[in-house]
Design a protein around this ligand. Structure first.
Ligand code: SF4
Length: 445
């Protein structure tokens, strides 16, 4: 369930991950024998190329100052940063004042890609006695980080029904008599009680809904310089006024509105659920809201089942490929979110596990090759609208699968492997570098 974390926008790999890395490094520097007096950060590869638009610089500063995405109040960010910039210093880990001059202590290296991963960040702390502590981190997608040289973390906890492919997942479901969602819930018992898992999933669902509602309530222009106007509120007002003259596309318009609202919040640095990334954070909430609002008999239990099922599908992508746009392009973000939402919706509409797997497969099959080329390095164009497409496509994929009997030619495993190979073959211009596609064909004013 680590696929769902409640954090801040605009990017999981470029904002949430670096903030966590900086926070971790600050704790290590503070634990050293000699107290730190200065910290320098170097951003490499995709983090440097799109880091300004994705708020990697501010996230790094906030992490060094002791903040974590899940605890940060998005409304307090401007004041925290203003203080750091005005004083030329920050409270390392929230406790030890050190000098920090952004222009010289936070450097971008857009031409340098470290060999291990395109999203890399290196920290060096100088201690009072002249010794140095150096650590390199990789932001590997969805807000997850790896520290260079760190032992493999305790991910290998024994779960009751282990699976590493969709074929295995379906086999475990047959053996256990559990649905995909119920199997994930049972596996979670390796870490916490079922009641605690349900409470966590409820908090994810509530945060998704709160994000939609907050996005709908906002107006104005998104930050970053592209002058992209928020549309969710006007769209909501227009749809609410529809009256008896209803549009034949009304359902799709509502779904698009819900996705748009989330991604406008994300672009504004608001509180969002990483699902499985921030750039793709609107797809699952929009499809979940579709279920809760428009499907007769929808329930809180159904919403939990939706999220457990989505998590199972997301885990497969994480295990067998990647959810990092710097490695896979947008197929690894919006494509994966679409696949997760399609399978999850099929499950709560009463689909069999085979139909769920089919829906998830369809959700990805028609996102294969989707590139990541955000204009100005901002998570706005094409990202915001792209989530509306992902959500609508997910609903279509679920209903297509439900019209069948679960038998299909392309398996979910095959489409995940195809996504992985396509991502590897994709030129780096189209993988979160803003060096190709829309990013170079649309002039920023
Ligand atoms: S284009 Fe897709 S992958 Fe790239 S930043 Fe936007 S949402 Fe994320």
């Amino acid at each position: 369930m680590e696929l769902f974390t409640i954090g801040v926008g605009p990017s999981s790999s470029h904002t949430v991950g670096p903030m966590r890395a900086a926070h971790d490094f600050a704790q290590r520097a503070l634990a050293a024998d000699s107290p730190p007096r200065r910290v320098r950060c170097d951003l490499y590869g995709s983090l440097a190329l799109t880091g300004r638009g994705h708020a990697t610089d501010t996230a790094t500063i906030l992490g060094l100052a002791g903040w974590l995405p899940e605890r940060l109040d998005p409304d307090a960010v401007a004041a925290i940063l203003a203080e750091v910039r005005a004083t030329g210093g920050l409270p390392l880990g929230g406790e030890r004042p050190i000098a920090f001059v952004e222009a010289s202590d936070l450097l971008f290296h857009p031409r340098t890609f470290l060999p291990q991963h395109p999203n890399a960040i290196r920290f060096v702390a100088e201690a009072e006695d002249g010794t140095q502590l150096e650590e390199t981190y990789f932001s590997v997608g969805g807000g997850a980080i790896l520290r260079l040289g760190a032992p493999a973390s305790a991910q290998n906890v024994a779960v009751r029904h282990p699976f590493s492919s969709s074929a295995e997942l379906l086999a475990r479901c047959v053996e256990s008599g559990l649905t995909i969602g119920a199997l994930v819930r049972a596996n979670e018992e390796a870490w916490r009680s079922p009641a605690e898992s349900d409470a966590f999933v409820d908090s994810v669902r509530d945060a998704m809904n709160a994000c939609i509602d907050r996005g709908i309530a906002q107006e104005g222009v998104l930050p970053g310089g592209l002058r992209v106007r928020r549309r969710a509120r006007a769209m909501y007002e227009g749809l609410s006024r529809c009256g008896p003259q209803r549009s034949p596309a009304e359902v799709f318009e509502w779904v698009s509105l819900w996705a748009l609202a989330v991604n406008e919040e994300n672009a504004a640095g608001g509180r969002v659920v990483t699902a499985p990334t921030n750039g793709a954070a609107g797809v699952l909430p929009a499809v979940l809201r579709f279920y809760e609002t428009l499907v007769p008999g929808a329930s809180r239990a159904g919403a939990r089942h939706f999220l457990y099922t989505a998590a199972a599908i997301g885990m497969l992508y994480k295990k067998r490929a990647s959810i990092s746009a710097a490695e896979m392009g947008c197929q690894g973000e919006v494509g994966v979110a679409c696949s997760m939402a399609a399978g999850a919706l099929a499950a709560v509409l009463g689909g069999s596990d085979r139909q769920v797997e089919n829906a998830a497969e369809i959700g990805m099959e028609h996102n294969l090759g989707l590139t990541c080329d955000p204009i100005g390095g901002l998570v706005q164009i094409p990202c915001i609208e792209r989530n509306t497409m992902g959500a609508v496509k997910a609903i279509n994929a679920a209903y297509l699968a439900l019209r069948g009997d679960g038998e299909h030619v392309v398996s979910l495993d095959a489409v995940i492997e195809t996504m992985r190979q396509t991502g590897e073959d994709m030129k780096s211009q189209y993988k979160e570098t803003s060096l190709g596609g829309l990013a170079v064909n649309v002039v920023e004013c």
